[in-house]
Design a protein around this ligand. Structure first.
Ligand code: GCV
Length: 707
């Protein structure tokens, strides 16, 4: 009897529990990004869309037009749960979507689109096939986010011409500062095997309007200039082409010497110039729509024209000359700084580049990082913006979270991008925002660019942290239209990617919007900075030894017995002089300098009373503690949306938020205990002393940094 009931129990377990266990719960691996196209569950809404999208009519057979129609079919099939046929012309039919390329359409730029209703149909108009493609994705976005199609009337033109991702991907498959696995590009398989993922990458980018990709690291290998690698790159270009994406390459400036066997790579040497002219010819033979070159030169050990006593303009112009017969461009980075113990790295790019204004070939864009030092959690805008009126300046943002907690910290970056773009340079009076410099409207540049250092990798969900997809998304949307708000973009992304349940959308958007300030609070409050050498993850504010002073932590925060922060006023490095008086005035007085930038520009005594009413020391402690505590708030908020979000995604983010809490406390403890050795002040109430000693934190960082 006992045995029999045991057998029955086993049978029951096998049939019921075992079976249930064998069937995985509905799980989303994040691969589909914001292009999920899950069936709309609201019947009335779905039917209203179905009535408006009965067919897709297109005349023309260009590859991008075909892509547009195909994407609409795929999207609508998923969203409406039924196939939508593609037909040649609409004729007298109504209730469908018409894709129309109309060269003379007023108000549209070449890649712009218009969504309208005409003769009972939804019409997606572009001047070019690319415009229609972007319009098709915009229409899908409207449906994905639950907007009405009844009174649709939208005209949209990209504000910037080159909307590009910069991949810091290496020949060996690694990604510099990549935290989502290895490179997407499988160089050893290319050009023969085409990973299906390449197409999905192109789809995601095209859905945002990204039209350019630099596939290799700016710390470039000359191998990318060999025929072998150009053929691999050509295979990628072929996949990307129907999505309107052109391929660019980072250049190793010394390639004429190392690859070409020349005695020099001097940009004024005739043989070197010929080498590049021949190389460019070869590239265009293999990749006819090649976009151009991205160059990091004379920076962090990379070779460049200064190795031969030439200027950045000499180097850039040589490449521009080689590209002259083609429509490719040169994107020359302004990220340069020398190991000058007396200097201020803040000033380096401005000092080197502004004297060259007006000397660059019209095919050159100078690409500037948003801040003067690197991609830290908060930097003032680079003073180069606005100060090179005769040179097109492109923006370089970083999507990969080099200084933002890699893939375990939630930091929504749109507020960082917006903060910089909205900054007023005052170069041509009030309202001369960085955005107007970058979109060319301030100085009349037609060559405009916005680049994002990609956060993609081989991780199944592309970005490691599921919510970091929002940073890729936000970059693309802002590169198209920098006037979109961080909140609006977050709302779109959440609805397309995570949930459409209104309360959950509200909570997640709020979580995203607050995430950057929370991170800043426990990581670098009040304008602290931390670009010390190494992995850029572990806290090591005590780090004071390196091959060069500007690769130590103490160089940046300058903590001493008096106070904290880098004096960049007239009594210090004078970096503030690189800004217009109106900007300078906001920052140069420590009494009125906004707290987020205080320690960027001032060495402030520990006991100084700040505008918050607290002393510097107390304010710092308040921020470090509040920031770390807020991660628990993030966890609670995330727990509240559990029912509305896919279970796998929810669990993944919940786990990462636990790690984030632990690491936020690590950061807090490291800073507080280390700075306390200078401030000699107690940790103010109500905060509790860290549970570990400074020596223990240091030891934990040493262990973290062990190879
Ligand atoms: C690609 C920072 C990063 C480097 C990066 C460099 C750059 O210094 O730490 O990894 O190199 O910026 O932007 O060139």
């Amino acid at each position: 009897m006992k045995n029999r009931s045991g057998c029955l129990l086993l049978l029951f377990w096998l049939l019921v529990i075992g079976r249930a266990g064998a069937i995985p719960p509905a799980g989303d691996d994040g691969y589909r990004l914001w292009l999920k196209y899950d069936r709309i569950t609201d019947d009335a809404l779905r039917q209203s869309y179905a009535r408006a999208a009965g067919f897709i009519a297109l005349s023309g057979d260009g590859p991008m037009l075909q892509t547009a129609a195909g994407e609409l079919q795929t999207g609508l099939q998923g969203l409406l749960g039924k196939a939508v046929p593609r037909i040649g012309g609409a004729g007298n039919r109504t209730g469908g979507i018409v894709l129309a390329v109309t060269a003379g359409e007023p108000g549209l730029q070449p890649e712009g689109y218009r969504l309208s209703t005409r003769n009972g149909n939804l019409v997606v108009t572009g001047k070019t096939d690319a415009g229609v493609l972007y319009g098709a994705f915009a229409l899908l976005r409207r449906i994905q986010t639950g907007q009405s199609l009844e009174t649709i009337s939208e005209t949209s033109n990209p504000k910037v011409r080159f909307r590009m991702l910069n991949h810091w991907d290496n020949v060996d498959g690694s990604v510099e500062r990549g935290y989502a696995g290895s490179s997407l590009w499988k160089w050893y398989e290319l050009p023969e095997r085409i990973d299906p993922r390449y197409r999905d990458y192109a789809r995601a980018n095209a859905s945002l309007g990204i039209n350019a990709t630099v596939v290799n690291n700016v710390n470039a290998s000359a191998r990318f200039m060999t025929e072998e690698y150009l053929r691999k790159v050509a295979a990628l270009a072929q996949v990307f082409r129907p999505y309107g994406i052109r391929v660019y390459l980072s250049v190793y400036f010394a390639a004429p010497k190392t690859l070409g066997g020349l005695k020099t790579s001097d940009p004024l040497d005739p043989q070197v110039r010929q080498w590049w002219a021949d190389k460019v010819k070869e590239i265009y033979r293999i990749i006819p729509d090649f976009g151009g070159f991205l160059v990091k030169a004379n920076s962090e050990g990379e070779p460049g024209p200064q190795d031969y006593g030439r200027t950045h303009a000499d180097g850039a112009n040589m490449l521009a000359e080689a590209l002259k017969p083609y429509d490719g461009v040169v994107i020359w980075r302004a990220f340069v700084y020398k190991a000058d113990p007396k200097g201020d790295r803040f000033k380096a790019a401005y000092d080197e580049f502004t004297p060259l204004d007006g000397q660059f070939d019209p095919k050159v864009i100078v690409q500037v990082k948003n801040g003067p030092i690197d991609f830290q959690p908060r930097e003032p805008f680079s003073p180069l913006f606005g100060n090179m009126p005769r040179t097109p300046l492109g923006m370089e943002f970083q999507l990969t979270q080099e200084y933002l907690g890699f893939a375990t910290h939630l930091v929504y970056e749109a507020p960082i991008f917006r903060e910089c773009l909205e900054s007023d340079t005052y170069v041509a009076g009030k309202g001369s925002t960085v955005a107007k410099v970058v979109d060319g409207s301030l100085h009349g540049y037609a060559m405009t660019a916005m680049a994002g250092v990609a956060n993609t990798g081989s991780h199944r969900n592309w970005t490691g942290h599921p919510l970091a997809q929002a940073n890729w998304y936000a970059f693309g949307r802002l590169a198209w239209d920098h006037t979109l708000t961080a909140e609006a973009i977050a709302g779109e992304w959440v609805r397309m990617t995570l949930t459409r349940e209104p309360q959950a959308v509200k909570r997640i958007v709020n979580l995203l919007l607050r995430s950057r300030e929370i991170y800043v609070d426990y990581n670098t409050p009040l304008g602290l900075s931390r670009p010390w050498t190494g992995v850029h993850f572990a806290p090591e504010p005590w780090q004071n030894r390196s091959s060069r002073p500007d690769w130590t932590a103490v160089y940046y925060h300058r903590a001493d017995s008096v106070g904290l922060g880098f004096d960049r006023t007239a009594t210090g490095s004078r970096a503030l002089e690189q800004y217009r008086p109106e900007v300078r005035r906001t920052w140069e007085n420590p009494e009125t300098c906004p707290l987020p930038f205080l320690l960027w520009f001032h060495h402030v005594p520990w006991t100084k009373q700040l505008s918050s009413g607290r002393t510097l020391w107390n304010e710092l402690c308040t921020r470090f503690y509040a920031g770390a505590d807020s991660v628990r708030w993030m966890q609670r908020e995330w727990a509240q949306v559990k029912a509305a979000v896919d279970p796998d995604t929810h669990a993944d983010v919940a786990g990462r938020l636990l790690t984030q809490e632990r690491e936020a406390i690590w950061w807090r403890d490291a800073w507080v205990l280390y700075l306390q050795t200078f401030s000699k002040q107690p940790i103010p109430t109500p905060f509790r002393k860290p549970e570990r000693t400074l020596e223990e934190v240091k030891r934990s960082v040493d262990v973290y940094l062990l190879r």
